[in-house]
Design a protein around this ligand. Sequence first.
Ligand code: XMP
Length: 514
Amino acid sequence: MAESRILIVDFGGQYNQLIARRVRECGVYSEIHNYDEVDAASVRAFSPDGIIFTGGPQSAYGEGAPSIDDGIFSLGIPVLGICYGAQLMAYRLGGSIDSAPTSEYGRTEVTIDDKGGILAAADDVNTCWMSHTDYISCPPEGFVITAHTDDCPVAGMEDRKRGFYAVQFHPEVNHTEHGAEFIRSFVLDVCGCSQDWQMDSFAETQIQAVREKVGDGRVLLGLSGGVDSSVVAALLARAVGPQLTCVFVDHGLLRKNEADEVSEVFGSGKLFDLNFIRVDAADRFYSKLAGVTEPESKRKIIGEEFIRVFEETAKKIGRVDFLAQGTIYPDIIESGLGKSAVIKSHHNVGGLPDYVDFREIIEPLRMLFKDEVRQLGRELGLPEYLVSRQPFPGPGLGIRIIGEVTAEKVRIVQDADAIYREEIARAGLAGSISQYYAALTNMQTVGVMGDFRTYDHAVALRAVITSDFMTAEAAHLPWEVLDRVMTRIVNEVDHVNRVFYDLTSKPPGTVELE
Ligand code: XMP
């Protein structure tokens, strides 16, 4: 495990995960802990090299506002306060906080007054991302003001002797120029962290830890072929290969060739030594879905059937000791910090643990962000197409075929989607689009092909840009690319005579059509 570590104290800010990522991008391990679980004793136990207070929505002086044990300031550990965290630091150490006469939101020109601390990389006037209605009107004793704006007298303050640093703006967001360098300076120069958070050492220590925990026990993993469960499979295979059984349910709603690709990687024995069970259950799912058109009913049927198939297969295996899950850090953070292992219903479509006889859960990725999971996958030798895979919903193509699902419609949407993905890759756009896919609308339209009238299906193309999938906008795909995709789909996919491009943002739309 990494030696150096930064503790991030969460006061409810919206960019907290970004702070943790920025720290890890410096090669330094970080964890986010809720403010009400942090006091001097817990900090001493965690033994961080530095502490970062995040932003938050409240007023530091407001009744019931999140606060912090003052004992933390006496531990001799450097502290960086960001936004609310900066105000809280000022407030607790004897400065003053007031409601700002003018709030600042978004890009703001910040004048840098002192580059002797963490702002060394700043421009003299540095564009920063602000989001605050209170401000520090007077810093505590011992602090110098390092930055200001027209409306904010203390946009930065530092007490280098005691190791206290604060910025009113958000260095963690990309809109703040040199922001990552400010964080880097705090983490490396001020806290003196060594850059020992690397994926190869993480892989090694995790493999070792899993071996110790599992002993000669048996592990079961529901493998979906998505990035997270694939990386868990690879890691467990390296750790306890022959004791691991992966159950891969092909519900007939996967992308073209996906079931074979996953089977080739995990089931062929070429890359990993593990027990692989592939269940071809397409017909079961199609017959359950026959005649069903309502989206939530479809989701429910797919989820329930998935569990049933998994359960039946698991029963054949008998009792297992451990159930492995691909839970990752954002799942843990989003479902509430400090709570015990949460099983996200999205994972492997449904609450599997209730249905399987096992002793304990193992979640080797629970402290990793998605990009770190991908990095780990590469480290473990997974092929790039698996590792860089875009998100794919558990119910699969079932929610990308509007209305009733049939085998024929699955074939159409698989072929159209494969062409779309191929052309996006060929145009070099794959890395810049968050998610893209072809869907099948439930309409037929009139067209003409080779002098004949056609009355066939219409395909919809979707491509979105998003950082968190909570909001998204349609990608501005080059017309030539769309044109080529359209031409290929109508020419190569039987029974499609029309192609639409979905321009809808989220909200009001969602990423998936159902
Ligand atoms: P929506 O459609 O809700 O999608 O805007 C946001 C993100 O979530 C994915 N998604 C799912 N993932 N099970 C999953 O594992 C699901 O039931 C599910 N529904 C949507 C979607 O692909 C997008 O990335």
